[in-house]
Design a protein around this ligand. Structure first.
Ligand code: CA
Length: 711
């Protein structure tokens, strides 16, 4: 057996932007009913359109996802500074009792913090003390975990007037009374027959709540929908890719887009282009900016074999927020072929370029280029690479189009391409400081071996990328995934400074007006850096890996820095970064820090040792080969399989005797569906299920032997 296989799902799939099932929270039947647990929140000042548009001058609060409509994620607060960092301590913590990823950015309005957790649960806390005001559990059916590519995460709420808005994994948009936690209304925003999920935060603009969705790995057609904030009525829907050409176009932008899709039957898989994370809004221009995702399937050779740009995949699209008319678009990766979404954060800023003040929009999408565009017109201003890439040589400054490198064309041969589908930068929030003029980007240098799947057929019950991932197991060189903070100068289009981490997973950033950059990390460490040069000035242990970004706010004259800390997300499904002391909290938390904070965390338990593998099955090489293929097709998107500890979903190399005995009941009988592990009986026969089992035990034993041999 090739020992390199052991690394396959622990390293490359770790970066696949995927997710699935769910081994931990209690079955939904044991959950409390979908209702508020408590009441009475004094939300204080009415949070209307005027106040949201003036959020930048409201320094004490964090009123919107990116603090302001500009999505800069910059806090003007200065109480916490380099001089007193040694007094920064924990003010309060809250245990979310969840074991999957926490990705939310909290919203803080006049002393109340609104945030979200695993399975789209919504929380309101006293932002000064951490006391829970109310909690709303939308009771997402656990089977939905299988449809969520990248863990059952939620990136946050929006607050407007008297309500809190949240999208759920199962595709609903909730409006919750901000005072009481009672449901005001909910709308199903998706076709439940299709594998749509929502993990992104809604945005508020002109009295409308805007929500997108995800699912392009399994196969859906992307769109965003605007709902009236008070009534919940749908105002408009904007599709990002054309549907079946035999049917009428929904709007003129679709007619234009359809001309750029050629051959193939993309509408059967869905075409992709999901808007699963970033949006920004310019109230003066009345333009809503949406980041559009990858193609479905990933392979353009399958999706659009006649060529074409496949609009509006991998694009920044500007829409009039009232009419939903397309204003302009800029496609970062024409004819996307590598899962290069452009859903990543978009920052609006006014910066001086060539002696002229420009209203720009900036993005570091997955494809590795940092873009600066005119946000009024979409005019291309500049683009340079913020990570090493191999799919393009440069962006033509005249046309604004990337010049592809044929070394990344994998129709006939496997090609190793940088970056891989994790992207040079993913959803992890970056932060722009108007003080330093730098954009602080959480960067991951990674790669993937892309191979065209021969004889691809759409299967509505599983992933549909048209990529064969198995050749990744044969990459035997010493390539290392590297995570960094890159402080990017958007005018000079180059790094001003770089800080390299000693682990492989990214997390979000916050810059403040005292010229500090804060980052809680995958390695259970919360650190502060000098915004001018990247010097590490302070750090503290958090007992848990963090992937989310911090925010800052002020209550009663004290500045807080807070974040949700819960390991999981795409890479967290398969990998864990150890905490320095070998101890790790069993649940996610909300953590809030302030100067003079003296709160403490209970001692975390020691991480258990890795158990010995269960014995191999005596089977033929052909059975093992089939097991490998089926594992890569159906299991590897969620489960790791190898020597390491694995992530938040069990590493099957460490399967227990009890779980092995229950294999058929779990895999085919669906006995753990309430934990998110759905039945695969519609995809696998008993024989095939056993072939996977044989492969799992083969890899488990090979991994254990390699470890004990000191490899
Ligand atoms: Ca994707």
């Amino acid at each position: 057996m090739k020992t390199t296989t052991i690394r396959i799902f622990a390293t490359f799939v770790a970066f696949l932007l995927t997710a699935c099932e769910q081994p931990s929270p209690p079955p939904s039947s044991e959950q409390p009913p979908a209702s508020a647990e408590a009441a009475t929140t004094d939300i204080g000042t009415w949070l209307g359109t005027e106040r949201l548009e003036a959020a930048d001058t409201d320094t004490a609060n964090w009123l919107a996802h990116g603090r302001t409509y500009s999505e800069q994620r910059f806090s003007p607060l200065t109480q916490v500074k380099a001089d007193n960092l040694d007094q920064l301590g924990l003010a309060w913590s809250f245990d979310t009792q969840s074991t999957r990823g926490l990705e939310a950015t909290p919203i803080v309005v006049d002393g109340t913090m609104f945030t979200t957790g695993t399975w789209s649960v919504v929380y309101a806390h006293d932002a000064k003390t951490g006391a829970l005001k109310w909690k709303y559990d939308p009771q997402v059916p656990r089977e939905y975990g299988y449809k969520a590519c990248c863990d059952v995460v939620n990136r946050g709420a929006a607050v407007f007037e008297d309500k809190v808005y949240v999208g759920t994994i199962d595709g609903r948009l909730l409006a919750i009374n901000a005072n009481t936690g009672a449901l005001a209304w909910e709308q199903l925003t998706i076709d439940p027959e299709k594998p749509y999920t929502i993990t992104g935060a809604p945005r508020v603009a002109n009295g409308k709540i805007i929500i997108g969705n995800g699912g392009a790995e399994l196969g859906v057609r992307g769109y965003i929908t605007a709902y009236d904030a008070q009534s919940g009525d749908q105002v408009w829907r904007f599709y990002t890719v054309p549907g079946n050409p035999a049917e009428p176009f929904e709007h003129p932008a679709m007619e234009e887009a359809a001309k750029t899709w050629r051959g193939g039957k993309w509408w059967e898989v869905g075409g992709g282009g999901t808007v699963w994370d970033a949006m920004a809004f310019d109230p003066e221009l009345n333009l809503l900016y949406i980041g559009v995702g990858n193609g479905a399937p990933w392979s353009r050779y399958t999706r659009s074999p006649g060529g074409g740009d496949n609009l509006y995949l991998a694009s920044i699209v500007a829409i009039d927020v009232d009419s939903a008319d397309l204003a302009w678009h800029y496609q970062t990766t024409p004819g996307d072929n590598w899962d290069y979404t452009a859903v990543q954060q978009m920052i609006l800023a006014d910066i001086e370029i060539g002696g002229e003040m420009r209203q720009v929009i900036m993005q570091a999408p997955k494809n590795g280029f940092f873009y600066v565009l005119d946000r009024k017109t979409g005019e291309f201003l500049s683009a340079e690479t913020y990570v090493p890439i191999t799919w393009a040589t440069h962006v033509d400054p005249e046309t604004g189009r990337p010049v592809e490198d044929s070394a990344a064309h994998y129709l006939d041969d496997t090609k190793v391409v940088r970056p891989g589908p994790a992207g040079g930068h993913n959803w992890h929030p970056m932060s722009y400081s108007p003080n330093t003029g730098l954009v602080y980007i959480p960067v991951v240098e990674n790669r993937l071996a892309y191979t065209q799947e021969q004889n691809f057929e759409h299967n509505p019950d599983t992933w549909n990328t048209a990529i064969d991932f198995r050749p990744n197991s044969d990459l035997s060189d010493d390539f290392q995934v590297v995570t960094k903070i890159v402080a990017w100068d958007p005018v000079a289009q180059k790094a001003n400074w770089t800080h390299t981490h000693n682990h492989e997973a990214a997390s979000g950033l916050l810059a403040t007006a005292s010229d500090l950059v804060f980052q809680p990390g995958a390695n259970c460490e919360f650190a502060a850096y000098d915004a001018h040069n990247g010097d590490k000035l302070w750090s503290s242990q958090t007992q848990m890996g963090t992937i989310a970004a911090p925010i800052s706010y002020e209550v009663d004259g004290e500045q807080y820095i807070a974040f949700v800390s819960g390991w999981g997300g795409a890479s967290g499904l398969y990998t864990t970064v150890p905490c320095a002391d070998g101890r790790r909290a069993e649940s996610g938390r909300i953590l809030a820090y302030k100067i003079g904070g003296t709160a403490t965390l209970p001692e975390a338990p020691l991480t258990p040792p890795i158990p010995a593998p269960q014995p191999r099955l005596e089977v033929t090489g052909a059975v093992l080969e089939e097991g490998e293929l089926l594992y890569s097709r159906h299991c590897g998107f969620c489960h790791s399989l190898g020597a390491g500890p694995g992530g938040v979903i069990p590493n099957l190399a460490h399967i227990s005797a009890d779980s092995l005995a229950a294999w058929d009941a779990v895999v085919l009988g669906g006995s753990r569906r309430n934990m998110g592990m759905v039945s695969f009986s519609h995809l696998l026969s008993l024989e095939q299920s056993h072939a996977i089992q044989a492969w799992v035990l083969e890899v488990a034993n090979t991994a254990a032997e390699a470890t004990s041999a000191g490899e």
